[in-house]
Design a protein around this ligand. Structure first.
Ligand code: NIG
Ligand code: FE
Length: 410
C-alpha cells in the first residue's frame, strides 16, 4: 500500500460512530495513512499493513488527532465593526430596538457596501486566519451584508477567493434575505421578488452559491416570504437552511424541514412540532452559543428534546459583527458545553461529523475514516474534552490540510 504521509503514535478521535462507543470514536495507539489528499488507512499502530510504503512519516508523540474542524455557520466576510452598538446594549438598548432604529445589520450593510472588494478581503482575512489557527479546515461563509447585487456578489466572491488562495475549504451561502435594505423599506414582498427574479439566479449561475439561507423572524422575513425564496432555491437545485427561532417561534424548523433543508440554526424558541419535523427530515440543529451569550439570552435551545428525538446537533461560531464578534471555534465549543450543557463528545461531533452534515458534506469530511478528506488537526492535549474545557487557550500543534503537512513538520 502506498501513502504520501504516514502518522504514527497518535490517539485518534475519529467521530466515526462505527468505532468505539465513547462518543469520540477513539482509537488509541493509532496510525493513519494519507494518499492523494484522502485517508487510505487508519487503525491501531500494531495492525499497520507490513507493505505500507510511505513517502513521509510523522511521529505524533502520543498526541490527539481529530478531523479538521468545520465551522458550519459564519458571516465572517464583512466590513467595519459594531462596538458602538455593543456599548448601546450595555446602556440598556435592546438588539431588536437597535435593528428597528435602522442600525444593527443595516449598519454593517452600509460599511460593507462602501468597502472595495480588496478592503473586504483584507478586513475579513484575519478572522479566517484565526479560525485556521484553531484547526478549522472547512468554513461556511454567508452573504447578507450587501442586500444588493453588487455587494452580495462581492461577499460571495471574497469567500470563493479564500477557498482558492488559502489552505481552507469554503462553502458559500446566499443570505440575501437577511434584512430589508433601506431602499425597500415597507416593501418586503417586493424585495423577496427582487431576490428571486434578479439576484439569486444570476449569482447561482455565476457559481457563487452552495446553499440558500434566510432570517425568519419578526425583524427578518415571514414564513410566507421564506417559502417563496425556498421555492426559488429548489427550482435552482440549491439546498436550503434557515436562521430559525432565534428570538421567537415562527415554526421555522418545521418550514426548513419541509424542504429537507440542511439545517435550522439558533433555535432558542424551537417547538416540539419543529423538532419532530427536523428529526424526520434529517435536518441538523446548528447551535450558536456565542450569539446566545452576546445577546444575554436566557431561553436555552431545547437540547434534551433534540437529543431525545435524535436530531443531529452541530455547533458553530456564527462569527458576525453584531451578535457574535468571535472567530473562535474553541470558544464556541466551550460555550456549547458550559451554556447549553452539551457533553464534550457532542460538542466536538458538532464541529466535525455533524457540521459536515449541516453542509451536506458528510460523505467527504468530518470523520477520520477511509475515503474521507485528509484534513486533520493535531492537538497537544491528553484528552479530547480538553478542547472544550480550556478558555482562551489554543492547544493546536499542527494542521494537516488536503493530506499535506506544513513544510518542516516531519
Ligand atoms: O446569526 N440573526 C441574524 N443574523 C446574525 C446577526 C447578524 C448581525 O447582527 O449583524 C446572527 O445572529
Ligand atoms: Fe447567523
Amino acid at each position: 500500500m502506498r501513502a504520501d504521509l504516514l502518522i504514527r503514535r497518535a490517539q485518534l478521535a475519529t467521530f466515526d460512530p462505527n468505532v468505539n462507543n465513547d462518543g469520540y470514536g477513539t482509537i488509541a495507539h493509532a496510525a493513519i495513512a494519507l494518499h492523494d489528499g484522502r485517508i487510505v488507512w487508519r487503525g491501531a499502530d500494531r495492525d499497520l499493513p507490513a507493505d505500507l510504503d510511505a513517502k513521509q512519516e510523522l511521529d505524533a508523540g502520543g498526541r490527539w488527532l481529530t478531523p479538521g474542524l468545520i465551522d458550519c455557520h459564519t458571516h465572517l466576510v464583512y466590513a467595519g465593526h459594531r462596538a458602538d452598538e455593543f456599548e448601546m446594549r450595555l446602556n440598556g438598548v435592546g438588539y431588536e430596538e437597535i435593528a428597528r432604529a435602522g442600525l444593527g445589520i443595516r449598519s454593517t450593510v452600509r460599511a460593507t457596501r462602501s468597502a472595495s472588494e480588496e478592503e473586504l478581503l483584507q478586513q475579513s482575512l484575519p478572522r479566517l486566519r484565526n479560525l485556521m489557527n484553531e484547526g478549522v479546515a472547512t468554513v461556511e461563509i454567508k452573504s447578507g451584508y450587501g442586500l444588493n447585487m453588487t455587494t452580495e456578489r462581492a461577499q460571495l466572491r471574497t469567500a470563493r477567493k479564500f477557498h482558492a488562495t488559502q489552505p481552507i475549504h469554503v462553502s458559500t451561502t446566499f443570505l440575501g434575505a437577511h434584512a430589508l435594505p433601506e431602499e425597500f423599506v415597507g416593501r418586503a414582498d417586493d424585495y423577496i421578488d427582487h431576490l428571486i427574479a434578479e439576484i439569486l439566479p444570476v449569482l447561482a449561475h455565476e457559481g457563487l452559491i452552495d446553499a440558500v439561507d434566510a432570517f425568519c423572524e419578526t425583524i427578518g422575513f415571514t414564513p410566507a416570504q421564506v417559502t417563496r425564496l425556498f421555492d426559488a432555491a429548489r427550482a435552482l437545485n440549491l439546498p436550503v437552511k434557515l436562521h430559525a427561532e432565534q428570538l421567537s417561534d415562527r415554526s421555522g424548523g418545521e418550514l426548513v424541514a419541509r424542504y429537507r433543508g440542511l439545517s435550522a440554526d439558533h433555535l432558542e424558541w424551537l417547538s416540539d412540532t419543529s423538532i419532530a419535523a427536523m428529526a424526520q427530515a434529517g435536518t441538523v440543529a446548528v447551535l450558536l452559543p456565542v450569539a446566545f451569550y452576546c445577546l444575554h439570552e436566557t431561553r436555552l435551545p431545547p437540547i434534551a428534546a433534540l437529543r431525545a428525538a435524535g436530531v443531529p446537533m452541530a455547533v458553530a461560531t456564527d462569527c458576525n459583527p453584531g451578535t457574535a464578534p468571535c472567530p473562535s471555534i474553541l470558544l464556541a465549543l466551550n460555550m456549547a458545553c458550559t451554556l447549553f450543557r452539551l457533553t464534550p463528545a457532542e460538542a466536538l461531533a458538532g464541529v466535525t461529523r455533524e457540521a459536515a452534515r449541516a453542509l451536506g458534506l458528510q460523505h467527504d469530511r468530518g470523520r477520520i475514516a477511509i475515503g474521507q478528506r485528509g484534513d486533520l488537526a493535531l492537538w497537544s492535549i491528553n484528552h479530547p474534552a480538553e478542547l472544550c474545557y480550556h478558555l482562551g487557550y489554543n492547544p493546536l500543534a499542527l494542521r494537516i490540510f488536503n493530506g499535506a503537512v506544513p513544510a518542516g513538520a516531519c
